[in-house]
Ligand binder design. Sequence first.
Ligand SMILES: C[S@@+](CC[C@H](N)C(=O)[O-])C[C@H]1O[C@@H](n2cnc3c(N)ncnc32)[C@H](O)[C@@H]1O
Ligand SMILES: O=C(O)C(=O)C[C@]1(C(=O)O)C=C[C@H](O)C=C1
Length: 247
Amino acid sequence: MAKIDKVFSNPLGEIPPFTFNEKVAHVFDDMAERSIPFYREVQKMITDLSLTFFQEGSKIYDLGCSTATTSALVYQGLIDRGVTDFTIKGIDNSEAMCEEARIKLDSLGASKDHVSISLGDFLQEEIHDASVVIMNYTLQFTDPLKREAIIKKIYNGLRHNGILLVSDKLLQTNTDISRTFIDKYYNMKRLNGYSELEISQKREALENVLIPYTLEEETALFTQCGFKGVDAFFSWYNFTSFICIKK
Ligand SMILES: C[S@@+](CC[C@H](N)C(=O)[O-])C[C@H]1O[C@@H](n2cnc3c(N)ncnc32)[C@H](O)[C@@H]1O
Ligand SMILES: O=C(O)C(=O)C[C@]1(C(=O)O)C=C[C@H](O)C=C1
C-alpha cells in the first residue's frame, strides 16, 4: 500500500512537538520528497560527492539516517564501482526509522558487513577513521548548544581530505527576504499536494524542534571547528547543502 504522508491532514487540536515517531517513519520517504526541495537531486549530489571523496578502507557515517535513503545510494554506488573495503554506519535515535532503514537495506540485499544501522544518539557515538560524514537535514534538529561538540567530534574523526556533507533549512537575516523565502517554500508544499491545514499544523509542530541557523552561523560553525574548505554545493531559497573538507 502506498505510504502517503497524511500525518497532519486532520485537525489535531493541541499540536504536540514534532517527533520522528512510527507514524512519521512509516511515510517518511513520501514526506521528505514532498517537503524537502529537490530532495532526490540533493541525494544524488551527496552520493556523487561521497563517492568522489571516499577513501579505501575508511568509514562512512550517515548521522540521522532516517530510512537509510542516503546510505542505500552510497552503498549501491560503491558496489557498482567494485569497491569492497568500506563500511557505512547509519545512526538514528528513532527506533521506527531504524526499522524502516533495515527493511530498505534488506530489500537491496545490502550486506551487513558493509552497511549497518544503529539505534543511538549521534551526539554520544564515536566517529573514527572516516572519509565521509553525512548530516542530511539533521543538524537543524540538534540542540544549538551541542552543535559545536558534534561538528568538532566529526572533524577529529575524519581522515585528512575527509569531508562533512550537511544539508539544512536556513534562516535569512533580512526579514523581507526571510518572509519571501518561507512563502516560496510553503508554495512548494502546496504544489506538492499539502493542504493549508497540513502546512500550518506542521509549522507549529516544528517550532523549537527544527532550529535553523543563518548561513553565517552555519558557515562559522564549520570553520571554527577546523574545516578549512567550506562551501555550498546546493541552495534553494531557505535550504542549503554544504561540503566541508578537512585539509
Ligand atoms: C529530516 S530527518 C533526516 C533525513 C535523512 N538524513 C535523509 O536524508 O533522508 C532527521 C533524522 O535525524 C534523526 N535524529 C535527530 N537527532 C538525532 C540524534 N541526536 N541522534 C540520532 N538521530 C537523530 C531523526 O530521528 C530523523 O530520522
Ligand atoms: O520545515 C518544514 O515545514 C519541513 O517539513 C522541513 C522538514 C525538514 O527540513 O527536515 C521537516 C521534517 C521532515 O519531515 C521533512 C522536512
